[in-house]
Ligand binder design. Structure first.
Ligand SMILES: [Zn+2]
Length: 86
């Protein structure tokens, strides 16, 4: 059986379910709502990407976090320089 990705319209949770191709209703594991829809996106979620791709995206996420941190530090330095309290 294929694994499909579903999105809950009730709470927005995205989850994967092993379902028969003709299964119609899959309840949300988060809130129990049956208002879920199958995502037709061809994109693989990060957890199922090939190992190499996953590592690369982790690395780029880490760099983004680092850059954001540097930005914040720069901002607070600027505020301090202007004599404002954080
Ligand atoms: Zn839900």
């Amino acid at each position: 059986m294929p694994i499909y990705e579903f999105e809950c319209e009730g709470c927005g949770a995205v989850f994967e379910e092993l379902v028969a191709a003709r299964a119609t209703v899959v309840a949300c594991p988060e809130c129990g709502s049956e208002r879920t829809r199958r995502l037709m996106s061809a994109l693989s979620p990060p957890g199922r990407m090939p190992r190499g791709a996953g590592v690369r995206s982790d690395e780029s996420r880490r760099r983004e976090r680092e850059a954001a941190r540097q930005d914040r530090m720069g901002e607070s330095r600027k505020r301090r320089a202007a004599g404002e309290k954080p």
